[in-house]
Design a protein around this ligand. Structure first.
Ligand code: NAD
Length: 461
């Protein structure tokens, strides 16, 4: 469904049944062995070809992302570029499935490690980055020689099908990348509980993450990337113009629908009024409309449920005494039935209101004055979640101490909370993650391989 025009159906797929899901897992299990047995160079070539095809067809896939998910075309093209980069990095990872050698206490023995693929890896992804989050899971799993069962969000099923088609065209052999569509509860249970499933990499909500913890095959390795509750901290010495631009980007880009979006900005009280006014200017410049229209900065939210939840959240905050400091504008030439949510900057939100107490996942930002960096750190660290925090300051020592002490998986210094590279680890702390394996980069191989230690006795003594 096009969120800018919800009557328009973009693509139709049949919901997989439990039988379909099990058949996909079995077919993947059959395909995994021959794929793992190929030389690394063959897997690397196929993964490079996926990257090339994504780049060659960037217009086609960006248009589909915008039509299904709603983000502006420029952001969709950026996502496609990032996805190609994930596959390029994974092509290198195919050569980096390395072991180590170890000296021994005993004479004439020698130990070394081998890394083996796990077999079948299930990748379950949300709708907010339908291509790049899928790429971040699928590409390293394939690089190491695993087969993958890919379960995209039903909201962006077309993007999921597109990626599976491109992989086949690029030379990923039949069966190695399976696609399971829909969200039928029996199918989901069958998929995650299947005995052949060795690992499940999931990105999505805390609620579904909890279901997976209960229902997944207990022997399957879990990688759960869950919700965020992210703050930006603006110190009194910060470059306020630069900070306002970065904080607005982190809060409102992608209509606030990133797990790394900024929910609240903790501002040194001494500069709070001045900073809030600069931020308000940025918010007033935002224009909400269809993602394929020139001049539109902010697309619709992706689903009717998001629209209803966010509309209610604003009403309840205002009823509780929150002050609307600034709002963006709506494009005149839009389908009124679209799932539009106007970017809004709030202040004076009562403590404990859901607008400041948990993940917002929409284009709302709240200003909260604080008296010191210590107070900001205490507020950040009190959150149950710990994905990403930004700190804006010109003082290197303040920035570094903040980075050391913040209880979250990612710290951004003088930057947006959103956005991440393909090489560094990506993962949250506390309730933002489950499983000990971050995604991203070289360390992604840890999740998709098993280590075997080989002791070699080569003499009589
Ligand atoms: P969601 O949890 O509703 O869905 C995520 C995926 O899980 C979808 O593919 C969905 O079909 C599938 N699913 C639903 N029920 C399932 C079940 N019982 N068993 C197996 N799979 C099931 O999340 P969403 O609404 O698509 O995405 C929004 C959430 O994702 C937000 O909370 C956001 O913070 C989080 N997110 C986290 C990260 C991160 O890296 N930490 C990144 C992006 C989004």
């Amino acid at each position: 469904m096009d969120p800018a025009s919800p009557g328009t159906v973009v693509a139709r797929f049949r919901d997989a049944t439990a039988e379909d899901a099990l058949a996909a897992v079995r077919a993947a299990a059959t395909a995994a062995g021959p794929w793992a047995a190929l030389p690394a160079a063959r897997r690397a070539t196929a993964l490079t070809a996926v990257a090339d095809l994504i780049e060659q067809r960037v217009d086609e896939i960006a248009t589909l992302i915008t039509r299904e998910e709603g983000k502006p075309l420029g952001a969709a093209r950026g996502e496609a570029g990032k996805s190609a980069e994930q596959f390029r990095l994974a092509a290198q990872l195919a050569y980096l499935v390395e072991g180590a050698t170890y000296p021994q206490e005993a004479a004439a023995t020698f130990a070394y490690t081998l890394r083996s693929p796990l077999g079948v890896v299930v990748a379950v992804t949300p709708w907010n980055f339908p291509l790049s989050l899928a790429a971040r899971k699928i590409a390293p799993a394939l690089a190491a020689g695993n087969a993958v069962v890919f379960k995209p969000s039903p909201v962006t099923a077309g993007v999921g099908a597109w990626l599976a088609g491109v992989a086949a065209e690029a030379g990923v052999p039949d069966g190695v990348l399976q696609l399971v569509q829909g969200q039928d509860p029996a199918a989901m249970r069958a998929l995650v509980a299947a005995p052949e499933v060795a690992a499940i990499s999931f990105t999505g909500s805390d609620a579904v993450g909890a279901v997976l913890r209960r229902e997944a095959n207990p022997r399957a390795r879990l990688q759960l990337e869950l919700g965020g509750h992210n703050a930006a901290v603006v110190c009194a010495d910060a470059d306020l113009d630069a900070a306002a631009a970065k904080v607005a980007g982190g809060a409102f880009d992608l209509t606030g629908q990133a797990c790394t979006s900024t929910d609240r900005v903790l501002v040194a009280a001494a500069v709070a009024d001045e900073f809030t006014e600069r931020l308000a200017e940025k918010v007033r410049a935002l224009r909400v409309g269809p993602g394929d229209r020139a001049g539109v900065t902010t697309g619709p939210v992706a689903t009717a449920a998001q629209h209803e939840r966010l509309t209610g959240l604003k009403e309840s905050a205002v009823a509780a005494g929150a002050r609307v400091v600034a709002e963006g504008s709506l494009d005149d030439d839009r389908d009124p039935a679209g799932w539009w949510v106007v970017p809004t900057l709030f202040a004076d939100v009562p403590d404990g209101h859901p607008l400041v107490a948990g993940e917002v996942f929409g284009p709302y930002l709240t200003v909260v004055p604080v008296d010191s960096v210590e107070e900001a750190l205490a507020v950040v660290n009190a959150s149950s979640h710990g994905l990403v925090t930004a700190v804006h300051t010109r003082e290197l020592a303040v920035a570094h101490r903040f980075a050391q002490r913040a209880t979250c998986g990612i710290v951004k210094i003088n930057d947006r909370t959103t956005g991440n590279g393909v090489a560094p680890p990506f993962g949250g702390w506390k309730a933002s993650s489950g499983g000990a394996f971050p995604e991203g980069g070289r360390q992604a191989l840890d999740f998709v391989t098993d280590t075997k230690t080989v002791y070699l006795h080569y003499g009589e003594s």
